[in-house]
Every structure is written in structure tokens, then in C-alpha cells.
Design a protein around this ligand. Structure first.
Ligand code: UT7
Length: 325
């Protein structure tokens, strides 16, 4: 018995923001953003649209695609760094909104590696036979924690949601291997400094813009490359596979140059790498499942294909997963 994603859904806000739109509000240019990041467009949620509002349609689509009754969901995990509230969890809000009977539900915070972390939890809960059908959601509204006057971060992130149903399947396809890890020694390099117990909200925290993403881009770039390379190696080794056995690589989509550094290291041909950073930018935990959805929608993933997901994010967290569809 194996564990597989049996249905996947996604949802984006209706408002998009191009690089040219940013040229009007920041000292930046389409040329700089395109050359240094590969990003062209990102999506902005509405002021009154919470993470759960963005996630809900993605959940319905995943349930429909998996051809299950929503009542068969026996666990909900929501990966996010931008929940509706610090508490209650967005998972509880979605459990209620979906009209489910009492069902365990929790949020998981692992930065941009959130979906791979949540998928690893789902896999292990399913393999333990305690659960049969798990809804994993990854949703972010990063534009709500962006300083739109800071060109170092404002142009890099966007909003979006994805949801996936994980179930047992017959046969030996599905998740072939997974690996998650973390190194907290450089946690200051990518951080939302205020709003937690370390720096509770205050006039000072607001005046100092401490409720916005702060990032040392160069330092993050270096670790993103090395940690996604090591995660990829570990996931391949755990599945007893070589890079040549993988039909499609889906790396975290923060910067096209990070992706190019990884694919150059492994000597992977471009046709085997799925890119979405140009059209969605970095959506933290939602990036990987949205890219997976995108690849499926383009017909790039066919039955029998092996797909490798790898991600890196705040923490630093990192991880990778090989799935045979
Ligand atoms: O999901 C995981 C988290 N995020 C990441 O993985 C992101 C990792 N880091 C990166 O993607 C890149 O480091 C950045 C895109 C953030 C920055 O690219 P970079 O090539 O490392 O640029 P830089 O920070 O070294 O900045 C080079 C120049 C600076 O100007 P000076 O000091 O040389 O005059 C910046 O002020 O580019 C300037 N700059 C910009 N110029 C125009 C920075 N942002 C912008 C901008 N438009 N938006």
C-alpha cells in the first residue's frame, strides 16, 4: 500500500501586479526584476480576503478531483506563514467552512518548505494506518506582510493557495521518498521580526516596520542553493534513484538564478525543470503545490512519471520528495 496525491486544486487572487506596475511605485525596473529574479507577475489578495478565503476554493477543487466525499477527510493540515490569525488556526476555520464533522486540524509553519513538511506528516500519518484521507493546504498572503516601499523584498513575493488530498492507493507508485530538515543557526536572515512573543506589537514595532518580511537576500540565496542540492541528493538516495530517473524537477520558485544554479549543478536539461516563478513569483509554502498543479495542467506529468519536489525557506527549513504518478 502506498500514499499518493489523489486530487489537487489551486486558487489565485484576481488582482495581478506586473513589474511595470512596480516601476510606478518603486525605484525599480522590469529589466532589473526580470534579469535578477525571473519574475514578471505576482498576485495580490484583496484587503478583506483572508488566507482561508483564498484556500477554500482550492480545497473544493482538490476534493472534487479526488472524487471523494468531503466527509471522508479525517485530518486537515494547513501550511502557512500568513494564517488568518495567530489563533485559532486556519485549519480550524477551513474545517468549519467546509462543513466537516469534528476533524483534527492544525497549522504547520515551515516557511517555503511548508508543503513538503505537511506532505511528510500526512504520509507518516497515513502509513501508520491511523488516518485514511488527509487534506493538505498551502496558502499564503505574503503581500499582507510586505513593505511595498522596500524594493529588496516588495517585488519578490505574491499570494496564492493550493490544496491536495493524500490517500492510500494500491500498488507501489505514490510517494517514493521524502526528506525534511532544518538549520536554525541563521534564522535571522529571513524573518518577520514582530508580532510574536519576542517583539509583541507596539507603536515602536509598527514605526520600525517590524511587521514586514526582512531578508538578507544574498545570504539566503547561497543557502537556498546548497540546501536544495543536499535535499535533492538525500531524496534520490532514499528512493534508490539517480537524477536520470526523474522525469520532472519542481524546485521552489524564489528566483530563476537559484533554480539555474541547482540544475547546472546536477546537469539537468531545462525541459525537465518546471518553472512558474515568472508568472506567480514566490508564494512561500504554496509555491511547490501550485507549481505541481501548473505542471499537471500543462500535461507535463503523465502516469508512471517520477517527479522530484525540493524546497527551502525561513528557519532555515529544507526538504525534498520524490513522487511517482
Ligand atoms: O523562498 C526563500 C526566500 N527567498 C529567496 O530565496 C531569495 C534569495 N535571494 C535572492 O533571490 C536575491 O538575492 C535577490 C533577488 C533578493 C537580490 O538579488 P541580488 O542579485 O543578490 O541583488 P543585491 O541584493 O546584491 O542587490 C544588487 C543591487 C543593489 O544596489 P547597489 O547596492 O548595488 O547599488 C540593490 O539595492 O540591486 C539593488 N536592488 C534593486 N534594484 C532595482 C535590489 N532590489 C532591487 C529592485 N530593483 N527591486
Amino acid at each position: 500500500m502506498a500514499v499518493q496525491i489523489t486530487g489537487i486544486g489551486m486558487n489565485l487572487p484576481s488582482k495581478s501586479m506586473t513589474n511595470s506596475d512596480f516601476e510606478k511605485i518603486l525605484d525599480t525596473s522590469d529589466q532589473w526584476i526580470t534579469e535578477r529574479t525571473g519574475i514578471k507577475v505576482r498576485y495580490f489578495s484583496d484587503k478583506d480576503q483572508a488566507a482561508s478565503d483564498l484556500a477554500y476554493p482550492a480545497c473544493l477543487e482538490a476534493i472534487e478531483k479526488a472524487k471523494i466525499s468531503k466527509d471522508s477527510i479525517d485530518l486537515i493540515i494547513v501550511a502557512t506563514v500568513t494564517p488568518d490569525y495567530l489563533f485559532p488556526t486556519t485549519a480550524c476555520i477551513l474545517q468549519n467552512r467546509l462543513g466537516l464533522p469534528p476533524t483534527p486540524a492544525f497549522d504547520l509553519l515551515a516557511g517555503c518548505t511548508g508543503f513538503i513538511y505537511a506532505a511528510e506528516v500526512a504520509r507518516n500519518f497515513l502509513e501508520s494506518q491511523r488516518y485514511k484521507c488527509i487534506l493538505v493546504v498551502a496558502v499564503e498572503e505574503l503581500t499582507k506582510i510586505l513593505d511595498l516601499q522596500d524594493r529588496n523584498t516588495a517585488v519578490l513575493f505574491g499570494d496564492g493557495a493550493a490544496a491536495a488530498i493524500f490517500q492510500h492507493i494500491e500498488g507501489d507508485t505514490g510517494i517514493l521518498s521524502s526528506y525534511i530538515s532544518a538549520d536554525g543557526s541563521k534564522h535571522q536572515n529571513l524573518i518577520l521580526p514582530a508580532g510574536g512573543s519576542k517583539n509583541p506589537a507596539s507603536i515602536e514595532s509598527i514605526n520600525n516596520k517590524m511587521h514586514y518580511i526582512k531578508m538578507d537576500g544574498k545570504a539566503v540565496f547561497r543557502d537556498a542553493v546548497s540546501m536544495m542540492i543536499s535535499s535533492t541528493k538525500e531524496a534520490l538516495s532514499r528512493a534508490n534513484l539517480n537524477k536520470e530517473d526523474i522525469d520532472l524537477f519542481i524546485p521552489h520558485q524564489a528566483n530563476i538564478r537559484i533554480i539555474q544554479s541547482i540544475t547546472k549543478y546536477f546537469e539537468i536539461e531545462q525541459s525537465k525543470v518546471h518553472i512558474t516563478v515568472d508568472k506567480y513569483a514566490n508564494i512561500s509554502s504554496a509555491t511547490i503545490p501550485i507549481a505541481l498543479y501548473d505542471a499537471m495542467s500543462c500535461g507535463k506529468i503523465k502516469n508512471g512519471m517520477k517527479v522530484l519536489l525540493t524546497a527551502f525557506g525561513a528557519g532555515f527549513t529544507y526538504g525534498a520528495m520524490v513522487i511517482e504518478f
